[in-house]
Design a protein around this ligand. Structure first.
Ligand code: CDP
Length: 225
């Protein structure tokens, strides 16, 4: 007897809407793999900056992206991202790299270079993949699509606390401006902009704990299984 294919879950939404936390908890609960596609754009942003490239140069940054040896690893320290043997998981988690990621994510050449890799990771099902264009471009046939949102103030507050906990000297006001600018760039770009897929379920995490949001999403999974 053939076992039915496992569900594929796409989660999109703006910066710090709780996508990563929710996707991780959901994958854990369901025994699925979690794939953080933002990490791929962050690595491209980091590597392009290190190489001294102009982040608006599509052909150059696209060629760099196509030449990276990207690979995810699932370890006891959580999901890791590698370029070849280099573990870049910690180096990509800061606001400078976040902004560089959003800059290179505008470039169609970069998006094209990352597409097949993301699709291959989702092909077998049993995955929770989060990003900006998962339900609209990467996994258009996903069995469940969620658009996770929260107010800009709440998202900035979360990001601010995360950065402070890591010892970064930032101001909440600056983080809010940064989040608003990044949302505008992600929603306004021509190539695969952040938008809610027609068949996505909108979930708002404003003022709610991760567990509350997870309960709502698990009920959606239940309904699709
Ligand atoms: O963690 P945070 O929500 O701040 O960002 P992220 O998910 O790590 O993504 C960083 C940047 O990569 C975003 O601002 C997007 O511009 C870009 N991105 C994208 O264009 N498409 C994706 N599927 C994932 C991320």
């Amino acid at each position: 007897m053939n076992t039915p294919p496992k569900l594929t879950i796409a989660i999109d939404g703006p910066a710090s809407s709780g996508k990563g936390t929710m996707a991780r908890l959901l994958a854990q609960k369901l025994g699925f793999s979690y794939i953080d596609t933002g990490a791929l754009y962050r690595v491209v942003g980091l590597r392009a900056t290190e190489a001294g490239l102009d982040l608006r140069d599509g052909p150059a940054v696209g060629a760099l992206a196509a030449g990276l040896a990207l690979r995810f690893g699932w370890t006891s320290a959580g999901l890791r991202i590698y370029d070849g043997e280099a573990d870049l998981s910690d180096a990509i988690r800061n606001e400078v790299v976040g902004r560089a990621a959003s800059d290179v994510a505008v470039l169609p050449e970069v998006r094209a270079a990352l597409l097949a890799f993301q699709r291959a990771l989702g092909a077998a099902g049993g995955v929770v993949m989060d990003g900006r264009d998962i339900g609209t471009v990467v996994l258009k046939d996903a069995g469940l699509k969620i658009y996770l949102d929260a107010s800009a103030e709440e998202r900035a507050g979360r990001r601010f606390r995360e950065l402070r906990a890591k010892g970064e000297d930032v101001e909440q006001k600056t983080v809010l401006h940064e989040i608003i600018a990044r949302d505008a760039q992600d929603k306004g770009r021509a190539a695969a902009p952040l938008l809610c897929a027609d068949d996505a379920v909108v979930v708002d995490s404003t003022g709610r704990t991760p567990e509350e949001v997870l309960t709502e999403v698990l009920a959606l999974v239940e309904a699709r299984s």
